[in-house]
Design a protein around this ligand. Structure first.
Ligand code: EPZ
Length: 419
């Protein structure tokens, strides 16, 4: 296992190229199961979770290769398997995304329940209820969801109590090949879902309501493989902007989409950063004081839960009081204990964290617990006095492509070592 060492106190200057979005690439890779042929995905990020998803597709009979870096070709002619095993699913909850496409194509799926993870129980009841509405018969047996469709999935109306991102994605993929019309109400509106709608449409699906909370899908009899470009990773973009917040300096984020971060960019301006938005880049800078702000995570287009840990790290470097409400997940404060080790003053009461900015953190040995908590430790380490050593950085490698190299390139004193 690797560790990352950061010596804080150096402002960042230069350009960081943002990679393709992990949370778009995962559903789009799963969507290649929907029909045989060779599918092409551009701007695929080189991440641990992507490799896990591709391994899962191989166990189902698909094959893949990269004709050039970040361009992925997947051939799903040979897909006959329908089981996603526990040893794969337990490492990546997003494996549940094969449930919809396998039912649509093979009318059969046996997917391990993901089990909890660091940030919460992460149930998949909405996925199961939705697929039942489309005519699937599901039962839980030995920790697996065993699903079968007698003849063909039938269109139906699905209402999400809570807008679920992967739940909406699973329903879109299943409904694309169902008989008749499907309505998805209270659908999630994250940009990654729009990327999936674009891919399915290019494959011949008939979907309306993109980017709204009401999606209508006219099922078709068959789909064709297509070529799709993965959108930029808005969470990676926000993570580096938070890093500019703590470290100071001026950085251009290239190959990104500022329109996918409406709430976050406004919040960064309130903190005191200068944020210049261009068509496919953002210039973020901070030289003045870090102001404390309150944050409440919400479904898109609200403040993203995936950037909550990162802004908390930034708030520990302010000199005021900041109230952070995490409304999406029940246990997404794993980074608090590690930030405490760096001298942060944070009090947690249920889903609320109250941060008393101390103005300065001190470097310490800390441990990554989940993907975004690890990112917050990097953001904090860039501002801390002395050296911060982050262990178990495999959590980081799940969702950030070459993070240490990208930060080194803009002047951070950061290096990776074998643990
Ligand atoms: C997606 O997870 C993202 N992952 C998460 O990013 C992100 O934090 C989350 O959406 C929220 O935006 C991917 O896209 C691969 P949800 P997902 O279903 O779909 C509850 C990261 O760091 N719920 O939108 O699993 C759930 O517990 C990851 O990149 C049910 O109760 O999240 C949560 O409280 C972390 N039953 C809320 O809904 C269900 O069947 C929203 O979860 C499904 C969800």
């Amino acid at each position: 296992m690797d560790k990352i060492l950061i010596e804080g106190g150096r402002p960042l200057h230069g350009t960081i190229r943002v990679s393709g979005a992990k949370n778009a690439a995962l559903p789009l890779i799963a969507a290649t199961l929907l029909c045989p042929g060779e599918h092409t995905l551009y701007n695929v990020p080189d991440l641990r979770d992507i490799r896990t998803m591709l391994r899962l597709l191989e166990t189902l009979g698909a094959t893949y290769h990269y004709p050039e870096p970040h361009t992925l070709k997947i051939n799903s002619d040979g897909v006959q398997g329908f089981e996603a095993s526990y040893d794969l699913v337990k490492t990546m909850r997003a494996s549940v995304l094969v449930l919809g496409p396998l039912l649509a194509r093979l009318r059969r799926a046996r997917v391990s329940l993901p089990g909890g993870c660091a940030i919460g129980a992460r149930p998949i009841n909405f996925h199961m209820q939705g697929l039942q509405k489309l005519g699937a018969e599901l039962e839980l047996e030995a920790g697996y969801v065993d699903a079968v469709v007698k003849k063909r999935l039938q269109g139906g109306t699905i209402y999400f109590d809570v807008p679920s991102v992967t739940g909406t994605e699973n329903m879109l993929m299943a409904a694309a090949l169902a008989q008749g019309t499907t309505l998805i109400k209270n659908a999630a509106k994250e940009p990654e879902i729009g990327n999936l709608v674009d891919m399915l449409t290019a494959m011949g699906a008939q979907i309306s309501g993109r980017d709204t909370d009401m999606l209508t899908i006219q099922g078709v009899d068959e789909l064709q493989p297509a070529a799709t470009t993965i959108i930029a990773d808005r969470i990676e973009t926000g993570t580096y902007i938070a890093a500019v917040g703590t470290a100071g300096g001026e950085v251009t984020l290239s190959h990104c989409n500022p329109r996918h971060l409406p709430s976050f960019l406004e919040k960064m301006r309130a903190v005191g950063l200068s944020i210049e938005e261009h068509d496919s880049s953002i210039v973020a800078a901070r030289s003045g004081p870090i102001k404390s702000v309150d944050v409440k995570t919400m479904p898109y287009p609200g403040f993203p839960t995936d950037l909550q840990a990162q802004i908390m790290a930034l708030m520990t470097c302010s000199t005021g009081l900041s109230v952070i409400d995490e409304t999406i997940f029940e246990n997404r404060f794993m980074h608090v204990a590690e930030l405490h080790r760096m001298g942060a003053d944070i009090r947690v009461e249920g889903g609320r964290a109250i941060v008393s900015g101390t103005g300065r953190l001190s470097g310490a040995p800390v441990m990554a617990t989940d993907l975004r908590a690890s990112a917050s430790l990097v953001v904090a380490g860039l501002a801390a006095e002395g050296v911060t050593t982050i262990s178990r950085v495999y959590h980081l490698d799940r969702g950030y492509e070459r993070l240490d190299e990208k930060l080194q390139k803009v002047g951070a004193c950061i290096r990776r070592e074998k643990e």
